[in-house]
Design a protein around this ligand. Structure first.
Ligand code: ATP
Length: 446
């Protein structure tokens, strides 16, 4: 059984993730991503962009994080984007009411319609609505007319640009607008490391379709997403689950939502949602802005408000799921080894280059020559001459580097090098002239 503590420990120890503002005792729900974390995040985002752009009629967009209040008034977020919060009258700890009722904070204690604190048994307050959006002000005065919000999803930036795409890019249904960007939610109880955080990145696609279109686009995007997880990111199929949200759990804008869950060591939970938002958003923006956001179908000569299918992926949750999926422990020569079996597609470092010994100038010079050569083609590459070869292998195994290339004395004679495979532990000898072909074959981009 994998333990989340071991995985978190590895991610911190190897510099994927740090607690934000750690030297000032941290800030709950915020994390920094170190070099390896950033490389891994970028791989996820780049592989997502490729996956999305391979589809027909997908366009990109980037919009501000700070969003005018009017947008969230129209979208319903000001009124409906809340969690119910209960507070303990004695210890003043706060809990999300729905999570409390599920028993996730501990046993639910109830007596005479009153609920009690899972921590100190004190009485809990009645549930209160708590809006999850962070508020700010644009300009020097703090008044309601200058109030703005940090977006809790990137989607609204897309809806308010709908008209630009049909007019300027002359888009025809069905088409999609995709955005990668930060989103913010003032979660009541951030938890499970980077799973539930207050500042995170979303990769969202708003896919606009004709309301009379009979194609099941929700299933279409679910199938495409599953294929991306399994065949491109390298997830184990059995660790992914599809969950249909029951009616009472649906967000205020959704007609139907399918979630992709990952079997985390702390329990199954959502990494992606795919919602049928119907015409909810365009309709609301049409009403509130007074702009005609209808789409003219030149075949039927009718104006329609398109429906929207929204697959929404969370970068940090996918990153955490990937590391949980790849985490493994085995034994080499009676010693425990921790290894991240990440697909070469996503691995933050693809190749590590070592001179066999760190005190032989000839080996070091050759190793640097090979490193510089490969770096022309692979930026995700590392040079390491510290410690024994065994220790260097272990360090690379822990960060998921699929290939370690060692320069030994034979290399100085015949220009060949050993390449050790992280998973099979097999070593092959490859000539300098063959290196690029070798890695091109093994590190396939799609
Ligand atoms: P949850 O029920 O876990 O709060 P949600 O259903 O509200 O999530 P969506 O609004 O569907 O989430 O957001 C789409 C995606 O954004 C999620 O599938 C998740 O990957 C990511 N996401 C949402 N909230 C967070 C968060 N607080 N921290 C990290 N990622 C998040």
């Amino acid at each position: 059984m994998k333990k989340i503590e071991d995985i978190i420990n590895l991610m911190i120890r190897r510099g994927f993730v740090f607690q934000s503002y750690e030297i000032y005792s941290g800030l709950k729900g915020f994390y920094d991503f170190g070099h390896l974390g950033v490389l891994l995040k970028n791989n996820i985002k780049n592989l997502w962009l490729k996956f999305i752009l391979k589809e027909d009629n997908i366009f990109l967009l980037e919009t501000p994080i700070i969003t005018k209040s009017e947008v969230f008034k129209a979208s319903g977020h000001l009124e409906n984007f809340y969690d119910l919060l209960v507070e303990c009258k004695s210890c003043h700890n706060r809990f999300r009411y729905d999570v409390y009722l599920k028993g996730d904070y501990g046993k639910v204690k109830k007596n005479n319609e009153k609920f009690f604190c899972p921590l100190c048994n004190g009485e809990l307050t009645e549930p209160k609505k708590f809006n999850l959006m962070f508020k700010t002000y644009v300009g020097p005065t703090e008044e309601s007319s200058t109030q703005a919000f940090l977006r809790p999803e990137t989607a609204q930036g897309i809806f308010v640009n709908f008209d630009n795409y049909t007019k300027i890019y002359r888009t025809k249904l069905p088409f999609g607008i995709a955005q990668i960007g930060k989103a913010f939610r003032n979660e009541i109880t951030p938890k499970n490391f980077i799973f539930r955080i207050k500042e995170f990145e979303q990769m969202e696609l708003e896919y606009f379709i004709d309301p009379n279109d009979k194609i099941d686009w929700l299933s279409y995007w679910l199938d495409k997403s599953m294929n991306w997880y399994i065949n491109i990111l390298g997830f184990k199929k059995d660790n992914l689950i599809i969950y249909e949200q029951p009616q009472k759990e649906l967000a205020h804008y959704s007609k139907k939502t399918l979630d992709v869950y990952y079997k985390f060591p702390f329990g199954e939970d959502e990494i992606q949602g795919i919602a049928n938002r119907g015409d909810y958003d365009l309709n609301s923006h049409l009403k509130f802005s007074g702009k005609d956001l209808r789409y003219f179908n030149d075949k039927t000569k009718q104006k329609v408000i398109p429906y929207v299918i929204e697959p929404s992926w969370g970068v940090e949750r996918i990153l955490l799921a990937l590391i949980c999926d790849a985490y493994d422990e085995d034994e080499i020569n009676n010693e425990k080894r921790i290894v991240l079996r990440l697909s070469p597609n996503v691995a933050p470092i693809k190749i590590a280059v070592f001179p066999l010994l760190s005190n032989k100038e000839g080996l070091i010079n050759k190793a640097k020559e090979v490193f510089d050569h490969l770096k022309e083609y692979y930026l995700e590459i590392i040079y390491d001459e510290n410690g024994s070869i065994g220790k260097r292998y272990r360090r690379q195994d822990e960060i998921g580097t699929p290939f370690c290339l060692t320069i030994d004395f034979q290399s100085l004679e015949d220009n060949t090098f050993t390449i050790r495979n992280r998973d099979t532990l097999q070593q092959e000898r490859v000539h300098f002239n063959e290196l690029l072909n070798y890695f091109k074959e093994k590190i396939k981009k799609f």
